[in-house]
Design a protein around this ligand. Structure first.
Ligand SMILES: [Fe+2]
Length: 394
């Protein structure tokens, strides 16, 4: 049944292909920019990816105004302010984010300050606090996981005030996302698996959430199928460019799905565990996904059952009687997790990830205050959260 009303918004132009990056100068010309600033991190620049990127600018008439390659793994307001100063000093007119989630969020933060001519991000934190379109932003993801290239969201830590600022605005959507497998080829196996399962969790939670709609469903189902058929190959043979490109596409599709229909308890628990025990986000998503589905089963059994098709393929779906499809979907998700554990030791429980049992009550408390919980099919209180955490422990 269709929702009585829904919105779906994804105006990001996506260019995808084995040499998609080579088209960047002409795409920037189309955006009318002359002096982009490139934002990246040491890992990406150390892997030679900036060079790959700047080569495509020869004779384009576009000058790279500045390059900042020192974004830390967790974006902070201090770094945003530092980059903003460099952007202004070099009279840049646009931003190119080359990296993973932290680089992309940092670039979104910089874009707020340089467009609004401000030095304080805090006044723009919250939902829809940006009233004007921002400067052109191009995102070139170097991981296939966060989907930030197509989301309205950025999260930036304010270290001085000891808080995490969340920004949500349609103005934060980039103008262009470039998916080129050369950029994810150097991603190590375990990170490939973790980021791939983060994408999987975006698609799964988007499909069962209460804000789901037919368009986010289409993106989510396509993403799950693409991740299921490619993630093992991407982990075992990182040099396979076709597989890397498929994972990049799946991540973007999952991002477009959850940017519109939101995520749920898997992310609430994951954000809380990440904040308290510093577990990488993708690892937390992998651990919590089957438990989150089991928790939601009573509210959305039918939707979970539908996901057996992309999760296990047509043959399994056809031979599984309808009443057993939801449980089988979770079974096949766990089979995928086992395969990834065997390949690269991607943790499947909290103990393996280094979480200690004494932290669980604190995580449960934080999880029920995480905003991701709002669109989850079933309400979760602190006791429920603690029960899931205990199940996911070992
Ligand atoms: Fe995520």
């Amino acid at each position: 049944m269709l929702p009585s009303y829904y919105e779906f918004h994804n105006p990001v132009k996506i260019i995808s292909g084995h040499k998609a990056l080579d088209n960047l100068p002409s795409e920037l010309q189309t955006l009318g920019v002359k002096r982009p600033m490139v934002i990246t991190d040491k890992g990406v620049s150390g892997a030679g990816l900036v060079k790959l990127f700047t080569q495509s600018f020869d004779s384009s008439g576009i000058t790279i105004g500045a390059i900042f390659d020192d974004v830390p793994p967790d974006s902070s307001s201090e770094v945003v302010e530092k980059i903003t100063t460099i952007f202004r000093q070099n009279q840049c007119d646009s931003l190119v984010a080359l990296g993973g989630g932290s680089v992309i969020d940092t670039a979104k933060g910089v874009n707020i300050l340089v467009t609004e001519n401000s030095d304080d991000l805090l006044e723009f934190s919250g939902a829809e606090m940006l009233k004007n379109p921002l400067k052109p932003l191009v995102v070139i993801p170097t991981t296939s996981g966060t989907g930030s290239e197509v989301t309205t969201i950025a999260v930036i830590s304010d270290i001085k005030r000891n808080l995490k600022m969340a920004f949500s605005s349609t103005h934060l959507l980039p103008d262009l996302a470039v998916l080129d497998p050369r950029l994810t080829m150097t991603l190590p196996p375990r990170m490939t698996a973790a980021t791939g399962m983060d994408s999987m969790s975006h698609a799964v939670e988007a499909f069962i959430g209460i804000q789901k709609n037919p368009i986010s469903d289409a993106y989510a189902v396509a993403a799950i199928e693409m991740i299921r058929t490619n993630v093992i190959k991407a982990v075992s043979d990182g040099n396979n460019a076709d597989v890397r490109l498929a994972m990049a596409n799946a991540s973007t599709m999952a991002g477009a799905a959850f940017s519109n229909s939101m995520v749920g308890v898997v992310h609430s628990l994951g954000h809380a565990t990440g904040g308290i025990c510093h577990i990488p986000h993708g690892i937390a998503m992998n651990i919590f996904m089957p438990f989150g589905l089991e928790y939601n089963m009573s509210k959305c059994r039918e939707n979970i059952a539908k996901l057996l098709l992309p999760m296990a393929g047509a043959e399994v779906y056809a031979r599984t009687p309808e009443p057993r499809r939801a449980e089988q979907m979770i079974h096949y998700l766990r089979e995928l997790q086992k395969a990834l554990y065997d390949l690269c030791a991607l943790p499947i429980n909290l103990k393996q990830a280094g979480v200690t049992k004494d932290k669980l009550p604190e995580i449960a408390k934080a999880a029920i205050n995480d905003p991701s919980i709002i669109m989850n099919p079933r309400e979760m209180d602190e006791n429920d959260a603690l029960a899931i955490l205990n199940k996911a422990f070992e």
